[in-house]
Ligand binder design. Structure first.
Ligand code: ADP
Length: 394
């Protein structure tokens, strides 16, 4: 077990900066996931820990050692990759023990470690199987067992579940969590799948364009995203974003106003462009607004497409008549569209006029120019009169 520290790590390839000034400390025994869109620098960052890539600038520490220039084999790390490279002509036992045999462990020691690892990944009784007699999930477990027997200080896993089918991926997530609990080893895990990151990790590190955006527990990233990128990346379907401008006593968006005290929003003032963010589950039908401690004034909308998911229904709302029937490419950032999630027993159908409200405690504001978060949850109104806004008056 060991802590891992990245100190101002930058990696440049000719004209590409894959990783830009990334610093973070990963605690001993922590499960940290690097997540972000393809090309954001997740793998390269992990490779600097593995020793497969030498940073252009910055230092990497494992435990108390500066390992920046050490070879991978001298770092106490074990890696599991997306492509499961098992030797097809070797049985499970030989595949798991291969690395140990190269390191001249005694036969007894090898058998002990292989049996323990096989038990942890639940492959006991399969040690004499050949890889082509196993499912994808079982083969991936062999690869994990091969990493376990090395008894590493740090596990590095790069998209290890990417080639498995959806059901098996969900199952393997639970297995990896159990593995982490049993081994108590530091794990760094790379994925582009935010759901995977959310469900397994102690903390997630969100990268974009080679830069670290936020590193925090999953729910902190969900509830208090540091910027618009994180807010949009974490959560599925994505948060709604509506562009607006701070006015006296509120925020004006294209189709509705939200009361607030601009003086209570740090760093911006009346006249500044501010983006409102709200997750689909925090948009409610006005008739259900009583259950909310505090909500915005009614917003008139028309339902467009409904997507029943079984446990919830996604309702695409149109806020302006003229865009009806012309859904835009990215509904999450259109000024005239809003995605709402409702329970399946809600009586609602397509092309219905509805009034909706936003849960004020769940409304986020971002500075439009920088994308930086300004506030999470609206608490301050400019006055305590909560009369209807212009858009509510009919
Ligand atoms: P991710 O794992 O998030 O998909 P990577 O870390 O693989 O992203 O890549 C980050 C960026 O660095 C990408 O633009 C990629 O094209 C570039 N890159 C990665 N490895 C190399 C390399 N060996 N040579 C040149 N560019 C690279």
């Amino acid at each position: 077990m060991a802590r891992v520290q990245l100190e101002n790590v930058t990696k440049r390839y000719d004209d590409v900066t894959a990783v830009e000034d990334v610093s973070m400390e990963i605690e001993d025994g922590e499960f940290v996931t690097f997540v972000g869109p393809s090309g954001c620098g997740k793998s390269t960052t992990m490779e600097t820990v593995a020793g497969l890539t030498k940073p252009t600038e910055g230092r990497v520490y494992i435990g108390d050692d500066d390992v920046t220039t050490l070879a991978p084999k001298d770092r106490g790390v074990a890696m599991v990759f997306q492509n499961i490279a098992l030797f097809p002509h070797m049985d499970v036992y030989d595949n798991i023990s291969f690395g140990l045999r190269l390191r001249t462990f005694s036969d007894d020691e090898i058998r002990k470690r292989v049996e323990q690892a096989a038990e942890i990944v639940q492959l006991e009784g399969m040690l004499d199987r050949m890889p082509d007699e196993m499912s994808g999930g079982q083969r991936q477990r062999v690869a994990i067992a091969r990493a376990i027997v090395r008894n590493p200080d740090v596990f590095l896993m790069d998209e290890p579940l990417a080639n498995l089918d959806a059901k098996l991926r969900v199952h393997m997530r639970t297995e990896l969590q159990r593995l982490h609990r049993e081994l108590e080893t530091t794990i760094i895990y790379v994925t582009h799948d935010q759901a995977e990151a959310m469900t397994m990790s102690d903390r997630i590190a969100i990268l974009d364009g080679g830069e670290l955006q936020q590193i925090a527990p999953p729910l902190t990233c969900y509830n208090e995203p540091t910027n618009r990128f994180v807010a949009g990346f974490i959560g599925s379907p994505s948060m709604n974003f509506l562009e607006g401008e701070l006015i006296e006593g509120g925020l004006r968006t294209e189709n509705f106003d939200v009361e607030l005290d601009p003086g209570a929003v740090p760093g911006v003032g009346v006249g500044d462009d501010v983006t409102l963010g709200v997750r689909p589950e925090d948009v409610h039908l006005a008739e259900h607004a009583d259950s909310l401690a505090d909500h915005t004034a009614h917003i008139e909308a028309r339902t467009d497409v409904l997507e029943p998911m079984g446990d919830e229904v996604f309702v695409y709302l149109l806020l302006a008549e003229e865009v009806q029937g012309s859904m835009e490419e990215d509904p999450a950032s259109s000024p005239n569209q809003l995605l709402m999630s409702v329970t399946p027993d809600t009586e609602i159908h397509e092309d219905q006029a509805v009034d909706v409200v936003l849960d004020r405690s769940k409304v986020h504001l971002f500075e439009t120019a920088t994308g930086d978060a300004l506030v999470h949850g609206l608490t301050d109104r400019s006055d305590q009169e909560s009369g209807p806004t212009a858009t509510e008056a009919e």
